[in-house]
Design a protein around this ligand. Sequence first.
Ligand code: NAD
Length: 393
Amino acid sequence: MGDVKVGVIGCGSIAEIAHFPSISRRQDAKLVAVCDVEARVAQAAASKWGAERWFTDYRKMFNESRLNAVVIATPNNFHRNQAVAAARAGVHVVVEKPLAVTNGEAWDIVKACRKAGVKLMVGCDRRFWIHNQWAKQLIEEGVIGKVLMSRAALHEHWHNYQNHVARTKFRLDCKVAGGAAINDTGAHAIDLLTWLNGSKVKRAVGVAKRLAMPETYTLCDDTALAMVEFENGAFGTISCNRFSHAVTQMTEICGTEGTIFTASDATNPFQSWPMAVYTNKQYTVDTLPKILKDYRWPELFWVEDIVNKTVRNRWIPICPPRYPSNYDRMTEHYLDCIINDKEPMVSGEDGARAVEVMCAAIKSMQTGGWVDLPLKEEVIPLHYERLPDEDRV
Ligand SMILES: NC(=O)c1ccc[n+]([C@@H]2O[C@H](COP(=O)([O-])OP(=O)(O)OC[C@H]3O[C@@H](n4cnc5c(N)ncnc54)[C@H](O)[C@@H]3O)[C@@H](O)[C@H]2O)c1
């Protein structure tokens, strides 16, 4: 395959700050068409990023542009219909997180892509931060032993993104967004926690409520907590909010022989490194995993590793390179999957299972207890107005 011909639906904030720049830096891809319901936004994006065509109707874009792949970066309630239409048009699909609002919508997307034989990837960019990828590698190498409990947090005030970056106010409109802490920030936390654990969620319990913001601002939840049990017997917690002015995006993975912290955004003043590893394993300088060997500085002076081959157990702070950025790495990855027929790292199934966890937490508020996955019925969050299905799956 030559250049992958890419289209983008939704020319708002995430397309502008992440997808368009990352696509434009690739030699193996070409942005050929863009679509936005607002004509002037679509036209401006096409002109700025060099797309041949712009559209206000995504079906017209699929009919008239010979796309290989499409990035769906529209408000959450449109993901289902747009992704299903893309699959029916034979186009590979990248959907921004959350894959969908309801479990019914999410599995429709997965089924439509499977049926059409197109690739489906969810835009969980946090997996493409280098420190999270290194954490995954070290966990798989057994550096912290068996993972038994873990937590993932994303605490970030509405204002951070909404007031400075977002183009529209869809996040505040629960009819469109379907939620906030539970599925906007929650989508990242749930995905990271599940991926780092390497096991599927078996059941979940949680809350998603609006505690901080007045209903004149939004009807969406701003506080979400969930506890999950994984199929392998480990437990994890997810905590997300939309009122903390100090941003916390962190994961802590506790194993029987060590702990790994990672943090992508601002952390607390006591943890100024994006990653820290503590392992109780008795490594020598020669048997240390490469990531730890390369990033571990001697405590006293530079010859200590030569005179003393044993490694003292201590926290190892790690500051990986920031570039290529998470979105550059994600774009490179999905293009590689399309060109070389590989399975995307954040599969549609992963995205749908994350939506199931969000829906299970919401459902558990009604049932008052644990909710088993997979869900047996569709869970429609309070205030969400699910759009009619345009294409049946
Ligand atoms: N991975 C991340 O960290 C991350 C960050 C931001 C946004 N997102 C996700 O990306 C999606 C978009 O968020 P955003 O911040 O870019 O929103 P935004 O409000 O900045 O932009 C949305 C754009 O979509 C357009 N649009 C609305 N309905 C449309 C339709 N039916 N067809 C075509 N265009 C339509 C709007 O006119 C607007 O230009 C959301 O699902 C969000 O959760 C992910």
